[in-house]
Design a protein around this ligand. Sequence first.
Ligand SMILES: [Zn+2]
Ligand SMILES: [Zn+2]
Length: 189
Amino acid sequence: MLPQDLHIHTTFSKTDSAILPQQTVEMVAFAKHAKIVGISDHFEMFMPDEFEIYQQEVRKHNLLLGTEVNGHASVNLALQHDFDYYIYHCWGDEPADYSALKALKEKGKPVIVAHPYAVNTDLNKIDEGSLVEINNRYIWRYNWQKELAPYINKFRWIFSSDAHQPNWLNQTIARRVGEELGVNEHIIF
Ligand SMILES: [Zn+2]
Ligand SMILES: [Zn+2]
């Protein structure tokens, strides 16, 4: 069993085309592929109307309640709800995303900087000690030696699946990359 997986999507990420109807919260709870499991559906796809339903469904299955926030535009609304943690897109060419990251962190809940290589995050602008992700869905598409190796000692690293389908509930390639880079995994909960 994996130690931790906090980046997982379900049918609450309604307009995400990679989601299959079978990828329910119940299915993820059934798979129980990690000791610590959190659901992190896309904030913009179920909020604000369905927060209560989402919360109830995730809590009913004893999973952690997270959400994935696509940059600064959603941060104020995200701060008004009780999530256990946040997955955050810090877009490389958007200065407002870096200041919104600081605001989100001030809430006192863990904030994981999602797949920096996929949204061109400038890791020089991210504070030392931040939680940064090695993401099984994206990492293999990038030159991780060049893009991540210089920052290995700067951040605390989180492995995640970014699963959108039951058969994506693994971190195989992310963990191999972590091993090659000599990353120490950080367990949040
Ligand atoms: Zn993402
Ligand atoms: Zn995601």
